[in-house]
Ligand binder design. Structure first.
Ligand SMILES: [Zn+2]
Ligand SMILES: [Zn+2]
Ligand SMILES: [Zn+2]
Ligand SMILES: [Zn+2]
Length: 264
């Protein structure tokens, strides 16, 4: 028996971008919807995915907090001093040059012997454009809604032989029952009652694990996997092996796990 619950979570946070005169969807345009009132659907059911959007009617303009609405901040290279150390002379203002065999100190031509040059980043203004508002001095704040869709899986295996139960999970069997809907009711009329109990408890566990999320859709199915237990005697030794799944996979105790072969 396997159950899949497709769960939707929604989160909101503030987002901002520079205000450059773009058209605003402000609260004056209408009442902002709550996070669960916004229409947002996954592209395809039972596929994990995320989506984001700006909630309608939540955009407001505020002064930029990073530059105090000046549009500019202090240049981070020269820290507002407008000058940086000359890279050519290392800030000494002079260089040592060889004239024949004689070494002479001469003024650095790049900085005229000052050891400092105009800051190349701010061109000597000591300021740079604010990176938060891109120089626009104002920001548009709006509520961003993030939606996450995730599939949660659970299963129950009813298996009474000594075959390790998890082996039947990955093989093909006959689909006995299949159902999909918004919220499922547990299976209750299957002749093997542990299966009915498992259906009830797995569906209940998925419901109880929701934390402010909602179930979008559920599906469950019941598969019958053939398992044949074979006892053999070979050269006086007794043994047992199992054949399981429509693929006729073979399992024998003592074989290293993963070395399953198929019966031809
Ligand atoms: Zn220099
Ligand atoms: Zn600078
Ligand atoms: Zn700014
Ligand atoms: Zn078993």
């Amino acid at each position: 028996y396997s159950l899949e619950t497709y769960v939707e979570s929604r989160f909101t946070c503030w987002s901002y971008e520079p205000f450059s005169g773009q058209k605003l969807d402000s609260p004056n345009e209408g009442k902002a919807p709550g996070p669960w009132e916004v229409e947002l659907r996954p592209r395809e059911m039972f596929v994990d995915q995320d989506k984001e959007l700006i909630v309608p009617h939540t955009s407001t303009v505020t002064p930029c907090h990073h530059c105090n609405a000046k549009g500019k901040t202090v240049c981070h290279k020269c820290r507002g001093k407008k000058l940086t150390r000359c890279g050519d002379c290392g800030g000494h203002g002079h260089k040592t040059v060889a004239q024949g065999a004689v070494l002479r100190k001469v003024d650095c031509g790049e900085c005229d012997g000052q050891g400092k040059r105009r800051c190349p980043l701010c061109s000597g203004s000591g300021e740079e454009t604010c990176t938060t508002c891109s120089g626009h001095q104002q920001l548009v704040f709006a509520v961003k809604l993030k939606c996450e869709w995730r599939g949660k899986n659970a299963d129950y295996i009813e298996e009474r032989t000594d075959l390790p139960d998890e082996l039947v999970r990955d093989v093909t069997g006959k689909v006995i029952f299949e159902e999909e809907g918004e919220l499922l009711t547990p299976i209750s009329n299957f002749p093997i009652s542990p299966v009915n109990r498992a259906s009830k408890s797995l569906i209940g566990a998925h419901e109880n694990s929701l934390k402010g999320q909602r179930v979008l859709r559920q599906r469950h199915n019941l598969r019958g996997i053939p398992v044949t237990e074979v006892h053999y005697e070979h050269e006086g030794r007794q043994g047992v092996f199992f054949v399981y799944g429509f693929e006729n996979k073979l399992f024998a105790q003592g074989l290293p796990s993963g070395s399953c072969c198929s019966l031809l």
